[in-house]
Design a protein around this ligand. Sequence first.
Ligand SMILES: Nc1nc2c(ncn2[C@@H]2O[C@H](COP(=O)(O)OP(=O)(O)O)[C@@H](O)[C@H]2O)c(=O)[nH]1
Ligand SMILES: [Mg+2]
Length: 363
Amino acid sequence: MKIHLLGGFLGAGKTTAIIGAAKLLMSRGNTVGIITNDQGKYLVDTAFFRLADLPTVEVTGGCFCCNYGEFDEQIDALIETVQPDVIFAESVGSCADLVATVIRPLHEFRADSEVPTTYSVIVDGRLLQLFLAGEDLPFSDNVSYIFEKQIEESALLVINKIDLLPAGVAARLITAAQQAYPGKGILAQNSLHEDSIAAWLDMLETMDSVPAHTLELDYDRYGAGEGDLAWLDERLHFSGAAEQGREFVISLVSDLERRIRGQKFPIGHLKIEVTAGTANAKISFTALETPGWEQAVPIFPPGKTITMLINGRVQCPADTLQRLVETTVSETAGAYGVFLVEEALDAFNPGFPNPTHRMAGSR
Ligand SMILES: Nc1nc2c(ncn2[C@@H]2O[C@H](COP(=O)(O)OP(=O)(O)O)[C@@H](O)[C@H]2O)c(=O)[nH]1
Ligand SMILES: [Mg+2]
């Protein structure tokens, strides 16, 4: 068995890369299991993996590092249920210091500690380009500090969404990254493309992606950055949208995005999973615009209840985010004459990270 741990900022493409890799490995006859992780209780990523028929367990209510025992139990749960050849574990996008707090404890404490573990840090190529050009990222200084430290920690840096950059810009970015980070493995990737995913998997087979050094991390700044990003998860059911289900969903989601951006609240990640009968969609917004997202929204079968799961990580106070979301939902439901049931709602600014273990290198 192997464990591939993924880190990297919110919206960088971790879930997308895992789905591509899991499908590819399964087509080669491997058994795959997935562990998701986030601050709240109802996770869009888990729903999304399960919709893709991938065996998925989760660690909720905090990151792997602060819930190491739960992470360890979930590895066992996958071993008991699916006996995976490969486990992919996706960490919270605002998390850093995973080598010291997750990988070294895995090697130290697990009976199967000889299990090869890899660590990939995924970065959105467009944000990396801004960062290496010395421009400000669209986040507070403390949040940008987390972004920077995640990259610094990596031994394998995956520059993702390379397809969104013109070829010349992409080539210059790769050169700039190689110059800025000598000694790191650097891979440019399009996680929507099978060949590109295959190249990443080949690299994980052949290179040691776990750094031997320990990241120097100012936990005060890291904790402040975590706290700057409010978490919200909300599960909703809408009935009575009749033929207008698609328009209703598009109207609600665009209003939500417009109002958040209108307030100049930076979006780490805003993910929405919508299902009705057998139709479903995942809509995803990150710091940068997502043109054409409406195309992912199908026509929902009339008469079916539309269930929506919203996960937001937005730089603002949690109560402000909660009010904004609740107002948008109720106003849009009112405008479409849709009957709304709120099943669950939680919003908070995460507390200070307090890892279960922190083990310094060198391995
Ligand atoms: N064009 C393009 N889009 C991508 C790529 N990887 C991820 N995305 C999109 O980026 C958004 C965030 O991806 P996701 O995998 O959820 O990010 P995560 O938060 O790191 O798990 C989604 O809309 C994805 O479809 C890529 O390589 N190319
Ligand atoms: Mg994800």
